[in-house]
Design a protein around this ligand. Structure first.
Ligand code: ZN
Length: 388
């Protein structure tokens, strides 16, 4: 009898904790990832017609894996899940893993001694191995994406040229197919061990930004304290990434670190989610010189949708930033890098891209230019640079 009561109490506690965890997780997710415009979005006929004719819409950056969200069901909060990608005619979505983020986050000066992700990981009920290990957190997010793909015949992780070509074939037959690409924000998830790069590669990671909001073992962040260049470990990581045909993402890197990467290798580089200084001056954004360096290597500039990237999170400002990149370095380098689900306010979620098409038309983009900027540039880049 006593045993039964204890067992019953134990079960009640487990159920209670689960309910609290799910409730807290959804509440935090809702609060941190708002959308500015309300649905239904006011699309124009011409933008919908053009948008629906696009075969390949791609976004180079979202942080959806940071949240305990079932990717296979549609949500009315946050910005990305698979049903919304399908509804929104998005073919290809990059998922980036965040593993550590300082308290009092800002764009100028962050130390590395605090971390607000720990509470998020524990509060969302993630497994013990992810609580205090940055590598464990990345591993969990890789698994989370793999699990979503396993449960959905239309969703897959793309890691090689062959995967990508097969995906394109399937997508041509049926637009419900969505491809995912896995990256990480900040090489601190390697915990200073080069062998962890290979481990994350084996779990699907193909893109890495050396630093995120603070200076780490690889080098300086644009928002760190020292803002230095690449360390010896950073150089080792970059060279191994080049060897493995992984994609180097300079978003959040200090200017000295970008300089060092350009010196170290002639591999293509991208900035997965950024603004541009010529349009919106910020330590977060790329200089004209950096834009030219990216274009010189056939790289991509994913324009982000949030306030600090485009000086006011309006659709018009996103289009103006894209136009700036087009005019300075050519349409072939322009791409989308929303930063969906990255604790930012964005105008629309993954179902709202026709709004951006309308803004691009108003800025004088041609249909062909829109096709390239909305995804064909990304398709061409990945066809060329993914590992065999
Ligand atoms: Zn970021």
């Amino acid at each position: 009898m006593v045993k039964k009561i204890i067992l019953g109490l134990f079960l009640l506690i487990i159920i209670g904790v689960t309910i609290v965890v799910v409730f807290v997780a959804d509440k935090v997710d809702t609060d941190f990832n708002p959308t500015i415009l309300e649905k239904p979005y006011a699309f124009t006929d011409r933008s919908v017609e053009l948008y629906n004719s696009l075969e390949f819409v791609a976004d180079l950056h979202c942080d959806a894996l940071m949240w305990q969200r079932n990717m296979n069901t549609e949500h009315d909060f946050g910005h990305v899940d698979i049903p919304r990608l399908q509804k929104g005619n998005v073919a290809f979505q990059a998922f980036t893993m965040v593993t550590k983020s300082p308290d009092n986050l800002n764009f100028d000066n962050n130390g590395s001694d605090s971390d607000r992700i720990t509470n998020l990981v524990i509060g969302q009920g993630r497994p013990l191995y992810a609580w205090f290990s940055l590598f464990g957190r990345a591993k969990y997010q890789c698994k989370q994406l793999q699990k979503a793909a396993k449960k959905n015949e239309y969703f897959r992780l793309v890691g090689t040229k062959t995967d990508f070509q097969e995906f394109l074939k399937d997508r041509k037959k049926d637009k419900r197919h969505v491809g995912a690409f896995l990256g990480a924000e900040g090489g601190h998830c390697l915990e200073g061990k080069i062998e962890n790069l290979g481990k994350l590669y084996d779990m699907g990671m193909r893109m890495l930004g050396p630093t995120h909001f603070f200076d780490n073992e690889l080098g300086g962040s644009a928002h760190g304290i020292d803002k230095g260049g690449l360390s010896d470990f950073g150089k080792e990581v970059i060279l191994e990434m080049v060897e493995r045909n992984m994609i180097i993402d300079i978003a959040h890197s200090s200017s000295q670190l970008v300089e060092d990467v350009l010196q170290l290798t002639d591999a293509p580089i991208i900035s997965s989610h950024t603004g541009v200084n010529g349009h919106c001056a910020s330590p977060r954004n790329l200089t004209d010189e950096q834009l030219r360096a990216i274009a010189g290597r056939g790289g991509l500039v994913g324009i982000a949708f949030f306030d600090e990237a485009v000086c006011g999170a309006t659709i018009k400002n996103i289009a103006i930033a894209m136009k700036y990149v087009r005019d300075l370095i050519g349409i072939e380098s322009v791409a989308l890098g929303s930063d969906f689900d990255g604790t930012v306010d964005v105008p629309f979620d993954a179902t709202g891209f026709p709004l951006l098409v309308e803004a691009l038309l108003r800025e004088g983009f041609t249909a062909d230019e829109i096709r390239l900027a909305m995804g064909d540039n990304v398709k061409n880049f990945f066809l060329k640079h993914l590992p065999d």
